[in-house]
Design a protein around this ligand. Structure first.
Ligand code: PLP
Length: 417
């Protein structure tokens, strides 16, 4: 359920026609619905309300300060994967004790900053990171709370690039090494071992992999309790999928029920790290048709939005629905919706049936809220798009369009003699 719908033939975000936003701020632009963000967070978080839990939104899915601030105001914590995301989270007003830090390649500087900030927990991914973290915390006269990220070897049945919990992936500590590393970490002076963590992958559309993962974590939890470790947090990561096309992912309530059944009696706080399921369907990328072009074998709509704005189709072959902003009774044609970038992988949608379009028409690339703006780049020296938050009748610019000055900030021409 989201808040993008046609009113009198015009696609609107809440009460605002997208056409009006295009007039105000231009295109391409990311448009987020406040009501959808609130609804999705509450539906997810509320599904766990009878359980001791913390929902830590995955910042990498959508890292705009206004959105982090909105989620934090509803009680969310965050999952971060870099020092830059720590900076954003703190600036957005997320309390440090609601921040967990994941990632396979944390640097010493990032670790120090996060220890100093006093974050809730590090999800540690290797035995070398255990040692580095202990030393860094000790040098600061502190103890860092840690979970070990376990690689449970569970197949999430999603795109290979977004599977992370398989033995062959770079993530986490193999489950068969976990006990040894836990006992070692528990003996180090800079660490307080408090949790078990896993993250299976992204865009997972069935509960089975989550249940398998949790079962393995529970066995490990029992094993560690027997060894005298006081594990207080069980972090199940993120990964719950959304509907882009015809997928039928479980509802948050069903996902929650499946997890809760297996958590009774564990006496732990459940941590969840959803990203996509909160923001994915809460935004569209609004683009304008520049040219309609008949190729030898295909017809193209060349738009002013490209792979630098939304890379998911190029990177993962992802499907995003494309809707005309104004309904017409022109006949449908089959087209590829492509961008202006000098790459053949620059497409937003392939072989879609859309009403015949004309230059100047607006299109909405749907479900663009997760890994949309946050993965965008300046490739081809294109300025990154603005981000707009709509609430009711109001339009808020939460990130302005980049300027040409932004594009070359930090660059210098040296005197080469
Ligand atoms: C990317 C990521 C998430 C969020 O995944 P979604 O599929 O967007 O829910 C959560 N935890 C970790 C460790 C991640 O890397």
């Amino acid at each position: 359920m989201n808040h993008f719908s046609y009113i009198d033939g015009e696609l609107c975000c809440e009460n605002v026609p997208l056409r009006r936003i295009a007039q105000d701020v231009g295109t391409p632009a990311y448009i987020y619905s406040h009501a959808t963000l609130v609804r999705h967070f509450q539906a997810f978080d509320g599904s766990f309300k009878d359980l001791d839990h913390l929902t830590c939104f995955s910042v990498k899915a959508c890292s705009n300060l206004a959105i982090l601030n909105l989620l934090a105001s509803m009680g969310a914590g965050v999952d971060i994967v870099s020092g830059g995301e720590l900076h954003r989270a703190l600036l957005a007003g997320v309390p440090a004790d609601r921040i967990v830090f994941s990632g396979v390649g944390k640097t010493e500087e990032e670790i120090r900053d996060a220890v100093t900030a006093g974050i809730l927990m590090f999800n540690v991914e290797s035995h070398q990171e255990i040692d580095l973290l202990s030393r860094a915390a000790e040098n600061l006269g502190k103890k860092a709370r840690i979970a070990l990220r376990i690689n449970p070897d569970v197949d999430p049945k999603t795109h290979p690039y977004i599977s992370t919990g398989l033995r062959k992936n770079k993530f986490g500590i193999p489950i068969e090494d976990a006990e040894e590393q836990y006992l070692r970490a528990a003996g180090l002076p800079g660490l307080e071992v408090v949790g078990i963590d896993c993250h299976l992958g992204s865009q997972i559309t069935e509960v089975g992999p989550f249940v398998d993962g949790l079962n393995r974590l529970r066995n490990l939890l029992d094993q560690l309790k027997k060894r005298g470790l006081n594990i207080r947090y069980l972090d199940m990561g993120g990964g719950l999928g959304i509907t882009y096309d015809t997928e039928q992912p479980p509802e948050p309530i069903d996902y929650a029920r499946a997890l809760k059944e297996r958590l009774s009696g564990t006496d732990t706080t459940l941590i969840l790290e959803p990203g996509r399921v909160i923001v994915g369907n809460a935004a569209v990328l609004l683009v304008q048709v520049l040219f309609t072009k008949k190729g030898a074998t295909r017809n193209f709509l060349v738009t002013n939005g490209g792979m630098n704005d939304l890379v998911r189709p190029s990177l993962y072959g992802s499907y995003h629905a494309v809707w005309p902003v104004a309904k017409t009774d022109r006949p449908p044609t089959t087209v590829d919706v492509v961008g202006p970038i000098c790459e053949s992988s620059d497409f937003l949608a392939k072989e879609r049936s859309l009403p015949e379009a004309l230059p100047g028409d607006l299109l909405a690339v749907m479900s663009a809220g997760a890994y949309g703006f946050s993965m965008s780049s300046n490739y081809n020296s294109r300025r990154r798009a603005p981000e707009i938050l709509v609430k009711g009748d109001a339009i808020h610019v939460i990130r302005r369009r980049e300027t040409f000055e932004d594009l070359t900030r930090g660059e210098q021409i040296p005197d080469l003699g």
